[in-house]
Design a protein around this ligand. Structure first.
Ligand code: NAD
Length: 350
């Protein structure tokens, strides 16, 4: 048999373009199908091999594509579907550093439009580049919105919201991540110091949610997956919080707010959840809370999983809470602390 065009070796063959006995089941058509099946099988094999290599190398791996992440001490293999957030928009407060920045990158890699706010223009500019690069590496060309906005200032949050909506047209996910903290015995925390921390952690979260609620409540009832709000609380909102009375009070308020808003806003298809991290290795927390190596070692020792958390640990949980897989989860606080806050009878365990 002579196949016309076979020498081009491309996908241009069409039924009947070859001179064969039975035009409708000609070999060129069969050959094309076989070629495609082989290519798909090879692709799958390469993906599985990539993931296994990734696991061995203990590096972060997104959809089988390897990427090194020096700050990651645990293996992370994304289980999220590529492009899961393509067409969605995510806004994150305090998205220029630490957990907020890593969360922004993870959403961008999954195809989301991302908007972040913070207070320092230079930090935000660096973050914008890093998030856009993360998106590009995953195959998405994304323009990240950054805005200088202090969560204590409602007018600045309103300007950030308007800038985001002008660019992307709508919001699907809001992550209230900005936080402040410092170590001090309760008796020496001034009213001003207390107001600054609670004003950022709790009131700042309230200001942020309040700025976005009118838009979310209008959009979520008819959008594909409704809307999702995730707050970054902390385990010191469950327990006593020695040397961080202000932070503990603020985080406890966030946990209660999570439950209240989840109930009030469920009819609008707005889900409201929190994560409660334990000790997490970020530059900000390292400087504020455990700059002394001895303190850091003591803190690590109290974690049953025997390590500090990473921003990746927290980001993965935040992303999960915003996926359709979590569509029946609202009003929940997910603890991300390696078992730290449970402290199971330490005296018996030695
Ligand atoms: P971080 O310092 O990198 O993050 C805090 C971010 O909030 C920074 O980008 C900062 O610029 C921003 N921010 C602070 N005040 C702001 C304000 N008034 N307006 C706007 N942005 C403001 O530290 P991180 O460890 O990534 O913390 C992120 C969140 O995680 C915080 O809410 C923190 O309380 C929470 N958290 C952290 C840990 C931990 O151990 N690292 C544990 C539990 C909870």
């Amino acid at each position: 048999r002579r196949v016309i065009g076979a020498s081009s070796g491309n996908n241009e063959w069409k039924r009947g373009e070859c001179e064969c006995v039975r035009a409708n089941a000609c070999e060129c058509v069969r050959a094309r199908g076989l070629e495609r099946r082989r290519a798909r099988a090879d692709q799958k094999k390469a993906q599985i091999a990539g993931m296994a290599a990734c696991d061995d190398a203990r590096v972060s791996c997104i959809h089988g594509r390897m990427s090194t992440n020096a700050s990651t001490t645990s293996t992370t293999i994304s289980t999220f579907h590529p492009g899961l957030f393509d067409g969605s928009t995510v806004a994150i407060t305090g998205g220029g550093t630490g957990i907020g920045l890593v969360t922004a990158k993870r959403f961008a890699e999954l195809g989301a439009n991302v908007s972040i706010c913070g207070r320092r223009a230079d930090v935000l500019a660096d973050a914008k580049r890093a998030i856009e690069e993360a998106a590009r590496a995953a195959g998405f060309k994304r323009d990240v919105v950054v805005a200088s906005a202090d969560v204590k200032k409602p007018d600045e949050l309103a300007a950030w919201r308007d800038q985001t909506l002008a660019k992307f047209g709508g919001l699907d996910v809001l992550v209230c991540n900005a936080g402040a903290n410092f170590l001090a015995p309760a008796a020496s925390i001034s009213p001003n110091g207390f107001a600054t921390v609670v004003g950022t952690v709790l009131l700042g979260t309230w200001n942020t949610i309040h700025a976005w609620y009118p838009h979310l409540s209008e959009r979520a009832p008819t959008s594909k997956n409704g809307a999702s709000i995730v707050m970054n609380a902390a385990t010191n909102g469950y327990t006593a919080s020695p040397l961080m009375a202000h932070s503990g009070a603020g985080k406890a308020g966030m946990i209660n707010l999570t439950q209240t808003l989840a109930v009030e806003w469920a009819p609008s298809r707005i889900r409201v959840n929190s994560i409660a991290p334990g000790p997490v290795d970020t530059e900000g927390a390292n400087a504020r809370l455990w700059s002394d190596p001895e303190v850091r070692a003591r803190v690590t020792k109290t974690v049953p999983l025997a390590r500090m958390g990473t921003s990746e640990d927290c980001a993965g949980c935040i992303v999960f809470l915003c996926t359709p897989a979590a569509s029946f989860i609202t009003g929940t606080v997910v603890t991300v602390d390696g078992g730290n806050f449970l402290k199971p009878m330490p005296a018996l365990l030695g």
